[in-house]
Design a protein around this ligand. Structure first.
Ligand code: MG
Length: 431
């Protein structure tokens, strides 16, 4: 018989509540009454949304806190944060964000920042609802009507990728990301090809040399078959070295890519300024940033042409606004990360940044399924390649919690996706 396992420790309240009390007289008596996480997986990808409720009947806000690979850690972290917020005036957004960050002492990182993001976006949602205005007007108003969007075309062969790209172009898109398979293994965003490395320890391994040969051929065929009008994007997914990144960039120059994404893993970002200097094509990096300061460094050191962060991983839309201002001052453009592991609340927040920032470059998009639309009434969709912000107060997106509960989250399949690629000798390849 094995020993009974000890119970998971539960926190007991020990800090005097006055430590976190409202520090000054607020201009209104509306107060935060509850903060909680809602987790739902309508596409099998766990999405985390934080809901902040207030003393004003029905007034609440929603924010995205989706760290899909480790969502339970985000839910647990929120338990430490909610007591800081309850009783506070929701209009003190900056102070509340500083309180959430500094109270952890060790700040930054994807778990804490996703909670921060959920709180941040939910407070802006409340601010918009209180003002009776969409959040983009609180950000200073629009500088453009809508955000131009790109979607992903991927096939196991170049011809399959071309077919998908043609379909996307027919739906009105002007920007398409193209990926194609590798022997036995899908390169990022594409299914595997039918062949294998017969000589390899891992016959379905990913080989940089093979990739460096296939990618220019992919671009050549796309230009041949799709023409010059469409803008082509490509994601390396952090799998090259500084030298091979430059080799790839040079080999693609004649096909005029719109940008080349994530050429280096974050561990090597100090080499990016040199790579960007040597690259004849625009470089887009930042998806794996887990602090706004790291992302800001990419802009300030001229390491990127496009800054692209997963907004919830850097702390939310307030962090994104700061980066957009810095990008504007430094001649860098924005390309916020937003595929299926961002909730429709995050999409609304990204688009609010897009339409208010002079530094906007392009917006990544995702076509959500029907269940997601049922869960998130008011969410915005891509129409003719554009994402146009809702004019409703706040983000304009709500959550149907009953519908959300019909799609419970399990362990994320993204774990296997991120750690599922090996080299022909068997070594794991970093995503
Ligand atoms: Mg990417």
């Amino acid at each position: 018989m094995s020993e009974p396992r000890p119970q998971q420790p539960r926190p007991t309240e020990s800090t005097p509540p006055e430590t976190f009390a409202q520090p000054w007289e607020a201009r209104s008596d509306v107060r935060i009454t509850d903060v909680r996480a809602i987790v739902t997986a309508p596409e099998g990808i766990p999405l985390v949304v934080i809901k902040i409720e207030t003393s004003d009947d029905g007034l609440h806000g929603l924010g995205c806190a989706t760290f899909t690979q480790r969502w339970q850690a985000v839910v647990a972290y929120l338990e430490h944060v909610r007591r800081l917020l309850i009783g506070r005036y929701p209009g003190d957004i900056e102070d509340l964000l500083r309180l959430v960050r500094f109270s952890a002492y060790w700040r930054e990182g994807p778990v804490g920042n996703n909670v921060l993001s959920g709180v941040d976006m939910a407070l802006w949602d409340i601010a918009g609802k209180r003002a009776g205005a969409p959040v983009y007007e609180l950000f200073g108003g629009r500088v453009r009507a809508a955000a131009d969007v790109y979607l992903h075309a991927g096939g196991s062969t170049v011809e399959e990728t071309a077919d998908e790209a043609r379909e996307l172009m027919a739906s009105g898109l002007r920007h398409v990301r193209i990926q194609t398979g590798q022997p036995g293994i899908g390169h990022y965003g594409a299914p595997p090809t039918a062949d294998r490395y017969t000589w390899a320890k891992t016959p379905t391994g990913w080989r940089a040399e093979e990739y460096l040969r296939r990618t220019p051929a992919l671009f050549a065929r796309m230009r041949e078959t799709l023409g010059e009008e469409v803008e082509l994007l490509h994601d390396v997914h952090s799998r090259l070295t500084p030298k091979t990144a430059v080799l790839l960039a040079r080999s693609l120059e004649e096909y005029r890519p719109f940008f080349l994404e994530d050429v280096l893993a974050p561990e090597f970002w100090d080499r990016l300024p040199a790579v960007r200097d040597a690259s004849p094509v625009p470089i887009a990096v930042g998806e794996l940033a887990t602090s706004a300061s790291d992302a800001a460094r990419l802009i300030r050191t001229h390491a990127v042409d496009f800054i692209r962060c997963h907004l919830s991983d850097i702390g939310g839309v307030t962090a994104g606004r700061r980066l957009a201002v810095l990008a504007d001052l430094e001649g860098v453009r924005t390309a916020w990360h937003s595929p299926g592991d961002a909730s429709p609340v995050a999409v609304a927040a990204a688009v609010a940044l897009d339409v208010t920032s002079p530094a906007f470059g392009i917006q990544e998009g995702h076509v959500y399924n029907e269940a997601t639309h049922e869960i998130f009434p008011g969410m915005i969709d891509i129409v003719d390649g554009w994402l146009t912000p809702s004019d409703a107060p706040g983000w304009g997106v709500e959550i149907d919690e009953r519908a959300a509960a019909r799609f419970p989250a399990g362990f994320s399949g993204h774990d296997a996706w991120a750690a599922g690629v090996r080299a022909p000798d068997g070594a794991l390849v970093a995503p």
